[in-house]
Design a protein around this ligand. Sequence first.
Ligand code: EPU
Length: 419
Amino acid sequence: MEKLVIEGGKPLKGRVRISGAKNAAVAIIPAALLADDKCRIENLPAIRDVLVLRDIMNGIGVKAELKETGTLELDSSGLDCWNIENGLVKELRASYYLLGALLTRFGRVTMPYPGGCDIGVRPIDQHIKGFRALGADVDIEHGLIKIRADRLVGKQIFLDVVSVGATINIMIAATMAEGITVIENAAKEPHVVDVANFLNSMGAEVKGAGTDVIRIKGVKQLHGTNYMVIPDQIEAGTYMIAAATIPGGDVVIENIIPKHLESITAKLIEMGIDVRENGDSVRVISRGRPRSTDIKTLPYPGFPTDLQQPITVLLSVAEGTSMITESIWEGRFKHVDELKRMGADIKVEGRVAVVEGIGKLSGASVYATDLRAGAALVIAGLIAEGRTEVGDIYHIDRGYEQLEDKLRCLGADICRTNT
Ligand code: EPU
């Protein structure tokens, strides 16, 4: 069983380079199946979710080769499978994008329910609503999702909730539907825009991504492409928070898109952290104990739920009381019990956590309950007095490229052990 072992108390100093965006990558790889041709996708993060998707691709007749440089070459001319029995799809949430891609390619798809982090109920009713609106029949039987359509026809679709996954899945399924599809109340996250750009580079006609109305004009065919994935907004935000958490920290976070980080930058400045943007990098300097603040997670451009857990650590050592409202995932406070083992003073009531800032955390043995909880506990270990051991780090490996190596380069005392 692997663990991360951290001796806390060392401020982070230096430069760190951000990898490709996980949540863009995991949608772009399945979307590449829309072309029965070759796609080359660059700047993929070296994370488990990408490896699992590569293996799923190889399992369904696609030739998928992942180079060490983070480039995936996909040749889906041999793809002949719409019935996915591979249990690997349960290992990640994003396997639901295979539904939209295979439905478009074959007019049918059967697949087990996707997996992913346990952060609350994760319905896919809006995906299904979209597929049905485009003319597909959808049945759920014995844990399998079965979708079939003789033809897909463009439609106006109003999403009941702002959903990243449903927006992207419907966008994928509409690329070759007859006529025009309009997605209203669409998600505006940077990865939604990245997937739209990828689809357009294959010959699709997707307009308006990044706003809440996306218009897709169906085309007859899509072709292979070369594409470079955007930098990871959440990985960048995680390092910004890590740099801010330990007084004396001074970190330049490179290869970012500052616009994607505005809500995080604004919060850190509000807390008294020095944040300086410079082109495609941002420098975060921590001069002392941060001030408390309130956080409410919201769809983009609001504060991202995926950074709620890491920023809870910063608030737990801030001066004063902070209130965190988690409005996206009701089960995303599992890290709080682990932080309490380290001395944090946090009370959770439903979707709200009240954090009383304390002077210091103390090292303890804790477990990552999900991906971002894992990152949060590592940050807690970096600031805590003494030794912290973070277990169940397979969650972290799903979404952070070489977290401990990058932190070690910034001066952290962190290593991976196998017990
Ligand atoms: N929702 C529905 N019905 C649906 C879909 C979503 O009610 O059909 C609700 C969800 O229950 C949730 C809200 O809508 O309350 C937003 O869910 P969304 O569909 O946007 O989430 P997702 O697509 O399943 C992606 C990311 C998550 C991230 C959320 C929100 C991927 C693979 N996952 O999930 O990332 O938290 O968007 O931004 O893109 C992570 O990276 O750690 C992670 C969990």
